[in-house]
Write a protein that binds this ligand. Structure first.
Ligand SMILES: Nc1nc2c(ncn2[C@@H]2O[C@H](COP(=O)(O)OP(=O)(O)OP(=O)(O)O)[C@@H](O)[C@H]2O)c(=O)[nH]1
Ligand SMILES: [Mg+2]
Length: 318
């Protein structure tokens, strides 16, 4: 069996200026909303959970949405969801597959329930005589805009399989007595621990070129082997047991006909193909955040050892 060693890798942070602005904009809009939906990826519920956002919005009830559940192992998704619910106050969860419309009704119902409980706690006696307002936030590419489009049953927000598609906030009014605020994806500032960073790269929350596509393919292979997830690789002609990692790439390059002049295998194109296949769900259901990698799943903050942010700096325009 091949041994993979990632100890030489450095964690890569990604916190461009628009994310700081987006974080401040979230704080500004907070007073207008009733519930904050924090989206995460069901394959990486903890690695892709921007805990800083939960802290910033903690005055509002939190609805954690584990999206892309079609790509994660169902039992683990439920375990993580229950864990997250017990970790945060005033919080509930919904498991969704936006592309299959799974969990959409539950979002509306759970949000309404959270609002009801929150208002009761605050002593409000009258019902809310206006549409409910939900803010949607989370790291890039977890499906925030797709969820809005699915709830709205039309394409009101731009979506795409790469990080940073949404660049500014946008209110969207639904027929269903509900207003939604779409926000740009925000990474926690600082450098994640290596494995957390690799996972964020695989799920396209971080630009893959920042981490390196070769490294991400190696990491994907290590995960596929760890999960004994061989079916897709077998369908591409890879024979098991694999003795040499490079054999995997050359076999797939040959199968796909990716060649450089002189008949050399085109490894770059092959790596891009493998990462695209992963994004398209060809590897099936594979949860990446899995105990015992996270012995103490409560310690989310250790994934972001340098995370610091000063939101109290005034905006330039103020
Ligand atoms: N497999 C799967 N893919 C999904 C699901 N929801 C969204 N996607 C895909 O994920 C990609 C990212 O979706 P977006 O809605 O643009 O993500 P976002 O969170 O708004 O991204 P940013 O605006 O960059 O922060 C798109 O290619 C969607 O088709 C899902 O439930 N399952
Ligand atoms: Mg978006």
């Amino acid at each position: 069996m091949i041994n993979f060693d990632f100890s030489f890798v450095k964690g890569v942070g990604w916190y461009p200026g628009h994310m700081l602005k987006a974080t401040r904009d979230i704080r500004k809009q907070l007073k207008l909303v009733d519930v904050v939906m924090i989206l995460t990826d069901a394959r990486t519920p903890v690695s892709a959970l921007n805990e800083g956002l939960i802290k910033i919005t903690s005055t509002k009830p939190t609805l954690i949405v584990l999206n892309k559940a079609d790509l994660a192992e169902d039992e683990k998704t439920l375990d993580w969801a229950e864990h997250l619910k017990s970790k945060y106050e005033n919080c509930d969860y919904v498991i969704t597959e936006t592309i299959n419309r799974r969990g959409l009704k539950q979002i509306t119902n759970t949000a309404r329930q959270l609002i009801k409980e929150d208002r009761k706690k605050k002593g409000a006696t009258r019902p809310l005589f206006r549409p409910i307002r939900l803010m949607i936030a989370g790291v890039p590419n977890v499906g925030k805009s797709s969820l809005i489009n699915a709830l709205n049953r039309k394409k009101s927000a731009r979506t795409g399989p790469r990080p940073g598609v949404t660049r500014s906030q946008q209110w969207i009014t639904l027929a269903d007595d509900m207003e939604l605020l779409d926000t740009p994806g925000i990474m926690p500032p600082g450098n994640p621990l290596v494995e957390c960073g690799l996972r964020l790269g695989l799920i396209n929350a971080v630009k893959q070129d920042l981490i390196g596509k070769s490294l991400l393919v190696t990491y994907l292979m290590s995960q596929a082997f760890k999960h004994e997830n061989y079916a897709y690789l077998k369908s591409l002609g890879v024979a098991f047991p694999v003795k040499d990692y490079d054999d995997i790439l050359t076999t797939i390059a040959a199968k796909m006909g990716y060649k450089l002049p002189g008949d050399e295998p085109d490894i770059r194109k092959t790596e891009e193909f493998i990462l695209r296949s992963y994004t398209d769900g060809k590897f099936g259901k594979m949860t990446l955040d899995t105990p015992p990698d996270f012995q103490a799943p409560g310690d989310v903050k250790i994934l972001w050892p340098d995370a610091k942010i000063n939101l109290d700096i005034e905006d330039e325009e103020n």
